[in-house]
Design a protein around this ligand. Structure first.
Ligand SMILES: Cc1ncc(COP(=O)(O)O)c(C=O)c1O
Length: 373
C-alpha cells in the first residue's frame, strides 16, 4: 500500500497549503493550450501585472554589479552580508548588528515567526494581511489569530489589541497593506505599540514603504517598542524580486535570536552585490517610484470612471472591483494580461492589478474595455 506521506509529516502539514503566486507569463500561456512555438512568440507581448514587481526593471548599477559578481559565483557568499549591512546601516542611521538579511523578506518573516512562536503560542495578523503570515505561523506549529479589518480593508488595531493574551508571541502588520493597499499613520502605530508589553514581537512589514515615504514618518527612527522588527525588501521599488533580498531592522538582541535560525549562506553573492549597487542608485529608484505613483493615479481615475475602483491604494498596485471578477480574470488572460484575483483573501469580486509601465497599463485598460460585460 502506498505511504500516506501527509500522515508521516509533522501534524501542522495537514493545515498548510502551498502559496499561490502571481501566474508567470509562460504558465498562463501554457494553460491557454498554446504550443511551445506560440508561447515563445507571445511571451514578449503578454503583460504580467500580478506580483507587484518593478515594471521598469532593475537599477542599471545593479545590472552591472550582477555581471561582475557572476565571475566570483564559484565562491560561497559572505554569510554575514558585511558590505550590504554596512550600507544599510548608513542608510538607516543604525548599527550593522541591528540588521538581519534574508533570501527575500519572505524568509525574514518566516525566520522571525519560527524563532518566537511554536506549539501553544499565538500569532496575530489581520484577516486580509499578507497570506505568508498565516502560512509561516501554521508551519511553525503555532496558532494564527486572524483579526477582521474594521472596514474590510484597514487593520483594526483596537481589535488586534483585544486579541492579545498570555500566549501571544508575535503580531504582524503590513504597512501599506498587501493586498488591501491601506496605510496606518505613525501616530496610530505608536499608540498601538504603547499598549503592548515590550516582549511581544511586532513585525512591521514595510515591503511597499518607498511608495509612501513622502507622507509617512520613517518608522525605523520614529517608532518605539522593544520587540519591534521592521522588515523591508529589495523586491518592489528596488527591482530585484528575482534575486531575493529582504531585511529586518530591530534591537540587536532580538535579531541575535532570529540569527540562530538562519541558514549560513541564505543570501547569494549575486543578490548581495546587486542590492548593494541598487542602494547606490537611489535616484533611479526614486524616479521609478514617482512614475509608478503617477501611473497609479491614472489607473485609479480610469477605474473610478467606470465604477470599478474598490478603494484607493498606497502600494504599487490598484484594486479593481466587479461582480464578475472571476470571469474577467480569464478573459483578461486571453487578451494577454495577467492580474491577481483576491478570492484567496476572501474578496472574490476584487482583482489586484500591479501598476505597470505606461504601455502595460494602456494594454490592461484596453483589454478591460474589451472584456467588461
Ligand atoms: C506585504 C509583503 N511582505 C513581504 C513580501 C515578500 O517579498 P519578498 O520576499 O520578495 O521580499 C511581499 C511580496 O509580495 C509583500 O507583499
Amino acid at each position: 500500500m502506498a505511504t500516506d506521506w501527509l500522515k508521516q509529516a509533522v501534524a501542522q502539514s495537514e493545515k498548510l497549503h502551498p502559496y499561490v503566486p502571481g501566474k508567470p507569463i509562460a504558465q498562463m500561456l501554457r494553460e491557454l493550450g498554446l504550443s511551445e512555438a506560440d508561447i515563445a512568440k507571445q511571451l514578449a507581448s503578454t503583460v504580467k501585472l500580478a506580483s507587484n514587481e518593478n515594471p521598469y526593471g532593475m537599477p542599471p548599477k545593479a545590472l552591472t554589479a550582477i555581471v561582475d559578481a557572476a565571475n566570483e559565483a564559484h565562491r560561497y557568499p559572505d554569510g554575514d552580508c558585511f558590505e550590504l549591512k554596512q550600507a544599510l546601516a548608513k542608510k538607516h542611521g543604525i548599527k550593522p548588528e541591528q540588521l538581519l538579511i534574508g533570501n527575500g523578506s519572505n524568509e525574514v518573516l518566516e525566520l522571525i515567526i519560527r524563532s518566537f512562536a511554536g506549539a501553544g503560542d499565538e500569532v496575530i495578523y489581520s484577516q486580509r494581511g499578507f497570506i505568508v503570515y498565516a502560512l509561516a505561523t501554521t508551519a511553525a506549529g503555532a496558532k494564527g489569530v486572524a483579526v477582521p479589518e474594521h472596514d474590510g480593508l484597514t487593520h483594526d488595531l483596537d481589535a488586534m489589541l483585544d486579541a492579545v493574551n498570555k500566549n501571544t508571541k508575535v503580531i504582524c502588520i503590513a504597512n501599506p497593506n498587501n493586498p488591501t493597499g491601506t496605510l496606518l499613520s505613525t501616530q496610530a502605530l505608536q499608540a498601538f505599540l504603547d499598549q503592548l508589553p515590550g516582549h511581544i514581537v511586532v513585525i512591521l512589514d514595510e515591503a511597499y514603504v518607498e511608495y509612501v515615504e513622502d507622507i509617512l514618518e520613517d518608522s525605523i527612527q520614529a517608532l518605539q517598542h522593544d520587540g519591534l522588527i521592521v522588515c523591508r525588501t529589495f523586491s518592489k521599488a528596488y527591482g530585484l524580486a528575482g534575486l531575493r533580498v529582504g531585511y529586518a531592522v530591530a534591537n540587536k538582541d532580538v535579531l541575535a535570536v532570529v540569527n540562530r535560525f538562519r541558514e549560513p549562506f541564505n543570501v547569494n553573492s549575486i543578490a548581495q552585490a546587486a542590492a548593494l549597487a541598487a542602494l547606490d542608485d537611489e535616484a533611479w529608484v526614486m524616479d521609478k517610484v514617482a512614475q509608478c505613483k503617477a501611473e497609479r493615479a491614472r489607473l485609479e481615475r480610469a477605474l473610478s470612471d467606470i465604477n470599478c475602483l474598490a478603494a484607493p491604494s498606497f502600494g504599487n498596485f490598484v484594486l479593481f472591483q466587479h461582480e464578475n471578477s472571476a470571469e474577467i480574470v480569464k478573459k483578461l488572460e486571453q487578451e494577454g494580461v495577467i492580474v491577481r484575483p483576491l478570492a484567496p483573501y476572501g474578496m472574490p469580486d476584487v482583482l489586484r492589478v500591479s501598476v505597470g509601465t505606461v504601455a502595460e497599463n494602456d494594454a490592461f485598460l484596453m483589454a478591460l474595455s474589451k472584456v467588461l460585460p
